[in-house]
Design a protein around this ligand. Structure first.
Ligand code: ZN
Ligand code: ZN
Length: 199
């Protein structure tokens, strides 16, 4: 029986952008591109047409905070609508009394975006579709890059799966949704992944 030892949790994750890179579809030519990241920025570069993008990894919080002219309480209203974040002054509603008044929009550097999880088959910084993306019964099945694809195929086709040595509770396979690990689906999912390998 083939045996596979699983990998540590962060081996293949959004953090791969800091090491091996995440393969995505170029928004211009639909060719293969790669997303990488360092301490300050995330980068996209297309391997076919040369298109490039850079994204500041700093996450800003926008809010209006003020003393309400009606009830006298201090309030803070977060501005989550991206279109509104560019205004310097906005009319907001006091969360305590409901009075509406204008207030200056403050921009605060809050944190670095680690893009903790891949969601909806897209990279966490540019929202570009992953290059190795397919679907199984309407659910996205994807790999970050060739290394990850090979890991998935190896892991899912093995007869016996073991946790890596060490005391870590979470392992790489904990990223996988249950439908991918279910015995009755594994074989068909491995087939889909092998098809992706031909890309
Ligand atoms: Zn391109
Ligand atoms: Zn008020």
């Amino acid at each position: 029986m083939s045996r596979v030892v699983d990998k540590p949790y962060f081996t293949h994750s959004a953090y791969s952008a800091f090491t091996t890179g995440i393969q995505v579809k170029c928004p211009k030519c639909h060719g293969a591109g790669v997303v990488t990241a360092d301490d300050d920025n995330a980068y996209f570069r297309c391997l076919s047409c040369g298109h490039r993008m850079t994204q500041d990894r700093t996450v800003y919080r926008y809010d209006v905070h003020n003393q309400c002219k009606n009830c006298g309480r201090y309030y803070r209203v977060d501005i989550e609508d991206e279109a509104k974040q560019h205004y310097s002054v906005l009319h907001v509603t006091c969360p305590y009394c409901g009075a509406t008044m204008p207030g200056a929009v403050h921009k605060t550097a809050e944190a670095f975006s680690y893009g903790a999880e891949i969601q909806g088959g897209k990279d966490p910084w540019f929202g570009l579709e992953l290059w190795f993306l397919t679907s199984f019964q309407g659910k996205p099945v994807w790999a970050l890059n060739r290394e990850h694809l090979a890991y998935l195929i190896g892991y899912l086709s093995a007869g016996l799966r073991e946790k890596p040595p060490g005391r870590a509770k979470m392992t790489q396979a904990d990223h996988l949704p249950v439908f991918m690990k279910t015995a009755k689906n594994r074989e068909r999912i491995v087939k889909l992944l092998k098809k992706l390998q031909e890309k």
